[in-house]
Design a protein. Structure first.
Ligand code: AVI
Length: 324
């Protein structure tokens, strides 16, 4: 069976994505202190750089979460029950879900949601090839907006959301709450399986975002290269430093791009100045305690269930019961 054509939902297609990048880059240039959303990291090159980050020796989250999912897949699958439907938010390359599908009892349907339609369609076809009996329905949408998903199949079991990778940590607290409320609405009566990176030794965190090979630096700088490619800006990439540090009072890694010199950047004939040392804030990556994640979930209407962790308590995977 071939994968179905992706469903395109109005909440965010490729076009609106493009024009908003232009607006966000302009807002970053015109507003101080300067900042831009980390969602703009993920063009084709940025997605490849992120995949490379996931394989770095210093970047523990991906391999730790994979180990947790591998070790506990059977138990997680028993919570899902028979004929469950998986909805994956920001599905990316559809790698982690395979661990769940392999352990599940007759999964009814898999709905991967992603903003990047072409990549999603390609990965969905590959997955469909490997899981011939599975109903795969890719959905192209911005899952951070309100979501309207296809109705559950008549004989399906629970609808279970899957949000791995601690991507929730890249949201502001308000965005995280908004995401959980929206997820609760589409998962009514089901559950959410969510990965959350944990608070830990700041040296370990620092190394994870300042790798020796400089891949994270390239990933960070890619947002400026992307602006040059797509919007015709003239950022001189060699004139910005990658800076990542742990802000302990806020429990988050912050990434910035710091101007190495006084410089001028232009877009559509307009010029903007950067002082030496002036920074663009590009990403927050919040780290959680189990209690903190539970408090957020309860506030959004979820009821905490089991939590799975690695022996060093580096990373956590949570089962959250969705509102009825
Ligand atoms: C996708 N996200 C959870 C990653 C993180 O760790 O916050 C993005 C990332 N940024 C730098 N390295 C990885």
């Amino acid at each position: 069976m071939l994968s179905r054509d992706p469903l395109h939902l109005e909440t965010g297609d490729a076009k609106s994505h493009g024009s908003t990048f232009a607006a966000d880059v302009r807002a970053m240039l015109t507003t101080r202190p300067r900042s831009i959303s980390p969602k703009w990291f993920y063009d084709e090159r940025g997605s490849k750089l992120f995949d490379a980050i996931c394989d770095l020796p210093e970047y523990y989250p991906t391999r730790t979460e994979l180990a947790i999912l591998t070790q506990h897949a059977g138990e997680i699958a028993s919570h899902m029950g028979e004929r469950a439907e998986i909805v994956e938010f920001g599905a990316g390359s559809l790698r982690k879900v395979r661990l769940l599908l392999d352990a599940m009892q007759g999964p009814a349907r898999y709905l991967p949601i992603d903003i990047s339609g072409e990549h999603l369609a390609r990965c969905a076809v590959e997955l469909q090839r490997d899981y011939a009996g599975l109903d795969v329905q890719p959905v192209v949408a911005d899952y951070t907006q309100r979501l309207l998903l296809p109705a559950p199949l008549p004989h399906a079991g629970k609808r279970v959301g899957f949000f791995p990778g601690s991507t929730i940590g890249n949201f502001t607290p308000d965005e995280a709450m908004h995401f959980l409320v929206v997820a609760g609405q589409v998962l009514r009566g089901g559950a959410l399986l969510i990965g959350a990176d944990l608070v830990k030794d700041p040296d370990v965190l620092h190394a994870a975002y300042n790798d020796a090979q400089g891949v994270t630096a390239q990933f960070n700088l890619n947002v400026l290269s992307r602006a040059n490619r797509e919007l015709g800006t003239n950022f001189d990439i060699s004139k910005f430093w990658h800076s990542a540090f742990y802000n302990a009072p806020q429990s988050r890694i912050e990434m910035h791009l710091v101007s190495r010199a006084r410089q001028r950047v232009s877009i559509n004939g307009e010029s903007f100045d950067f002082d030496e040392g002036e920074a663009i804030h590009t990403e927050n990556s919040y780290k959680f305690t189990i209690e903190g994640l539970h408090a957020l979930a309860v506030h959004a209407g979820f009821r905490p269930g089991p939590v799975w962790m690695d022996p060093e308590r580096m990373f956590s995977v949570h089962w959250l019961h969705a509102p009825a």
